[in-house]
Design a protein around this ligand. Structure first.
Ligand code: SAM
Length: 381
C-alpha cells in the first residue's frame, strides 16, 4: 500500500496485486487522476451504462463505484487488484461488474472510459468489440500518459468510433475525446490472427499458431522464442509439464506434440494469452492432455507436483523493465517441481538469469547460447 489517491469523490487506498510491501510502485497514475478530474469538472452524466476499459489496478472503477461501472480487462493481476481495492474501500461485492476482454461486452454503453493499453492491437480489438454498443450520445473519453498516446492511437479511435481530438497535457497525462459516429463503416476485426510457423523449430515447424490481440509477439514468431523452441528438452519421461507465461502457447504445444504422454498446464496472467494458447493447441490436433489456466505465476499449483517447467519470462510490466516477475516465476518453479524436476528457461543473455537460477536452485546449466539468447536448465535437488 502507498500514498492514497485523492479524487474528486474522496481519498482511495489502492494497491497493486500481488501486494508486496517492498513495492513502491503506485496503483494509479496522473492519467487516472486527470480522467476523474475531467468527469467531475465537466459534470459528465454517469447515470447510464458506464464501461471502463483497461483500468490498470482498479483505481477508476473504485473511484466510480457509486455509478455501478463495468470493468473490462485482459489482466488477471489487474482484476485481482481491482477486487482487493474495491474491498479495501468498502465497496460491496457485485457493485462493479468485472469482465475480461474475452467476455461478451455489455449491449449498450452510455459512457466509455478507456485507459489506453500498451498494446495498440488490444485497443483495436476491444474498440471493435465495443463499437456496436456505442451510440451517438455515448460519451467516450480515453486517458494515458503523454508517452503512451501516439498519432496511431488517435487514428484508431477515429477509424473505429468517430472524430477524435486530445486535451492539453496535465502532469504529463492527456485525455482523448471521441464523438461516436454510428454511421461510420467499421473495419472488420483482424483478431484473432493465425499464421504458419517457419521450418527448423522442431515439432511445431509448419504448424499454425493463433494469437488474440495483445499477446506477446502476436504477428510473428519472437526470435527468443524461436531459439527456445530449437532447444526444448527431450522429455519422454516427463509427465506433468507447465508452460509458465505461455503467451500463444507455442512452447507448450511443441512439447506436447513431441511427448504424447505429457500433461501440459498452460498458464498466463493474460486472458487473451490463455484463449490463444487454447486455440493454438486445438488447431494442431495435439495428442495427450492439457489444461489452460489464467493465474498469477504458479500460484495454485501444488508443491512438488511438476516434472518440468518451461518459461520464457516477461521483462516488461506496463512499460517498465523489471525482473520481479521472472524472479517470482523462478521461485514458484522451485516450489512446484518434484526433486529431480527441471526448469528450462529461455531469455535474453543480457538479463543474466543464470545468476538468479544458481542462487535459487544451487545449479544452472547452459543448454544453448548465441550472442543474444540463452536456454538455461536448473534442477531441483
Ligand atoms: C516473454 S512472454 C513469453 C510468451 C511465450 N511463452 C513465448 O515464448 O512466446 C511472457 C509471458 O508471461 C506472461 N506473464 C506476465 N506476468 C505473469 C504472471 N504474473 N503470471 C503468469 N504469466 C505472466 C505474459 O502475459 C506473457 O505472455
Amino acid at each position: 500500500m502507498n500514498d492514497p489517491m485523492s479524487t474528486p469523490w474522496g481519498e482511495l487506498k489502492l494497491s497493486r496485486f500481488p501486494e508486496d510491501p517492498r513495492d513502491r510502485l503506485r496503483a494509479w497514475d496522473a492519467s487516472d487522476a486527470y480522467l476523474l478530474e475531467h468527469l467531475s469538472e465537466q459534470a459528465v452524466d454517469l447515470s447510464g451504462s458506464l464501461v471502463v476499459l483497461g483500468d490498470r489496478w482498479g483505481a477508476l472503477v473504485t473511484a466510480l463505484a457509486a455509478h455501478r461501472p463495468v470493468q473490462i480487462t485482459d489482466s488477471y493481476l489487474g482484476q485481482e487488484a481491482t477486487r482487493a481495492n474495491l474491498a479495501r474501500n468498502g465497496v460491496e461485492p457485485g457493485t462493479v461488474g468485472l469482465l475480461t476482454t474475452q467476455d461478451t461486452p455489455p449491449e449498450r454503453i452510455d459512457v466509455l472510459l478507456v485507459r489506453v493499453p500498451k498494446s495498440l492491437a488490444l485497443l483495436e480489438d476491444q474498440l471493435l468489440r465495443l463499437a456496436p454498443a456505442v451510440h451517438e450520445g455515448t460519451v467516450v473519453v480515453g486517458t494515458g500518459m503523454v508517452k503512451e498516446i501516439h498519432t496511431s492511437t488517435l487514428t484508431l479511435f477515429e477509424r473505429i468510433l468517430g472524430p477524435t481530438r486530445t486535451s492539453l497535457a496535465r502532469r504529463k497525462a492527456r485525455l482523448i475525446f471521441c464523438a461516436p459516429d454510428p454511421a461510420r463503416e467499421r473495419p472488420a476485426n483482424p483478431w484473432p490472427y493465425a499464421y504458419t510457423l517457419p521450418d527448423g523449430i522442431g515439432a511445431v515447424s509448419g504448424r499454425r499458431v493463433v494469437n488474440h490481440a495483445g499477446v506477446f509477439c502476436a504477428d510473428r514468431l519472437d526470435i527468443g522464442t524461436r531459439f527456445f523452441l530449437r532447444h526444448l528438452p527431450d522429455t519422454r519421461g516427463a509427465r506433468r509439464v507447465v508452460d509458465l507465461g505461455c503467451g500463444n502457447g507455442v512452447v507448450g504445444t511443441a512439447l506436447a506434440l513431441d511427448n504424447p504422454r505429457a500433461e501440459v498446464l498452460f498458464t498466463d496472467e493474460s486472458f487473451q494469452a490463455i484463449a490463444s494458447a487454447q486455440a493454438t493447441y486445438q488447431a494442431n490436433d495435439v495428442p495427450g492432455h492439457a489444461e489452460f489456466r489464467v493465474g498469477d505465476g504458479l500460484s495454485g499449483v501444488a508443491a512438488g507436483s511438476v516434472d518440468l517447467v518451461l518459461n520464457n519470462p516477461p521483462f516488461h510490466s506496463h512499460l517498465a523493465t523489471t525482473d520481479t516477475t521472472a524472479w517470482r516465476m523462478f521461485t514458484g518453479a522451485r516450489r512446484v517441481l518434484r526433486p529431480g524436476g527441471e526448469l528450462w528457461g529461455g531469455g535474453n543473455r543480457h538479463l543474466g538469469y543464470h545468476v538468479k537460477l544458481r542462487r535459487l536452485f544451487g545449479n544452472c546449466h547452459l543448454v544453448a547460447g548465441d550472442p543474444k539468447f540463452v536456454v538455461l536448465r536448473a534442477v531441483k535437488r
